[in-house]
Design a protein around this ligand. Structure first.
Ligand code: UT7
Length: 319
């Protein structure tokens, strides 16, 4: 038994913040942000929007595309670093909003690699027969953990959610997944704060050593994709669509180059969405599915990397 992606969906908050708008409040420019990252704009959630609200809208689209009723959803896995609350999980909150009950529901905290982690876990549970189907979501409201005075981080991130539905299949579908972590790099990308005695202890904002993250990401994204292809016994040339974590166009281009894939086979949404962490891969995937680029029989390679450090890849044959 395998699992296949039967439907995709996404949700972006209505408010768009352009680079020019950011440059009015912090010492930066559209030219710098676009040249160094490829980002032109990002979506930012309204004060009363929650991560589970974005997850719900993306999930409804994915469920409609898969022809699965919300009440029939079994497993729910939400990859997020910006949950609605410390507990219960955003997945449990989403389950209630969907009107589903009884199936397992939990969050995965693997930062920007979260969606690939969640997909691999859900694939394993569908394949083993432990669950009938799975809703896998990446959802984030990073705007709430950014220091909007820090130009080194606030220009990079955005809010949004993407979702996929996995159904059992006899062939094709998720061909191989690979997950990795190295906690020795925990300090180069982190939100170090924690809640203690009713107050935040330590910084509640994203801290990043950008250069270190950049070099690490370029190396491990291509390595993870190559290991996943080896497991599926396919060459890199078999990849029809590379859907990398949308952190920085230069990191993404370097990954495609290392895999010898032409840039036109890479799905790019970082210009419009910025880095939406765990949501970036399913958001990009949904774009490419809905505009007809990803078609039955295509091989789709998803690769993610994030704080922890965590990284991984998933190779899917569409249809
Ligand atoms: O999901 C994973 C999350 N994070 C990432 O993927 C980020 C990975 N890293 C990066 O994307 C890049 O390292 C950045 C985009 C963060 C930075 O690009 P860079 O080419 O590595 O620039 P830099 O950090 O070497 O900074 C170059 C200059 C510095 O000025 P000085 O010291 O040369 O005078 C920075 O202070 O650019 C300055 N700078 C900015 N200038 C205008 C840094 N941020 C900005 C900014 N606007 N927003």
């Amino acid at each position: 038994m395998r699992s296949r992606v039967a439907g995709t969906g996404s949700c972006l908050p209505a408010r768009v913040v352009t680079n020019d708008e950011l440059a009015r409040s912090v010492d930066t420019s559209d030219a710098w942000i676009a040249a160094r990252t490829g980002i032109r704009q990002r979506h930012v959630a309204a004060d009363d929007e929650t991560t589970s609200d974005l997850a719900l809208a993306a999930s409804r689209e994915a469920l409609a595309a898969a022809g699965l009723a919300s009440s029939d959803v079994d497993l729910i896995v939400v990859a997020t670093t910006t949950p609605d609350m410390i507990f219960p999980s955003t997945a449990c909150i989403l389950q209630a909003k969907l009107g589903a009950r009884g199936g397992p529901a939990f969050d995965v905290q693997a930062v920007c690699a979260g969606f690939v982690y969640a997909l691999a876990i859900a694939d394993g549970m569908v394949r083993s027969g432990a669950v009938r189907n799975a809703l896998v979501v990446g959802a984030e409201i990073y705007s709430r953990i950014l220091d909007w005075r820090d130009r080194g981080t606030c220009v990079l991130f955005g809010d949004g959610a993407g979702a996929v539905v996995l159904l059992p299949a006899q062939e094709g579908g998720v061909l191989a997944t690979k997950l990795y972590a190295d906690g020795h790099h925990k300090d180069i990308l982190c939100v170090p704060g924690s809640v203690r005695s009713g107050a935040v202890s330590g910084s509640p904002f994203v801290h990043m050593d950008g250069g270190h993250v950049f070099k690490f990401a370029v190396k491990v994204l291509a390595d993870a994709a190559e290991a996943t292809l080896a497991e599926a016994t396919l060459p890199a040339s078999a990849v029809d669509w590379l859907v990398p974590h949308q952190a920085n166009l230069r990191i993404m281009d370097a990954t495609a180059r290392r895999l010898h894939l032409p840039p036109e086979r890479m799905v790019v949404t970082v210009d419009r969405h910025a880095n939406t962490s765990a949501a970036s891969i399913p958001l990009a995937l949904d774009c490419a599915v809905r505009d007809g680029r990803v078609r039955a029989g295509h091989h789709v390679m998803m690769v993610g990397v994030g704080g922890g450090f965590t990284w991984g890849a998933a190779l899917v044959r569409w249809g």
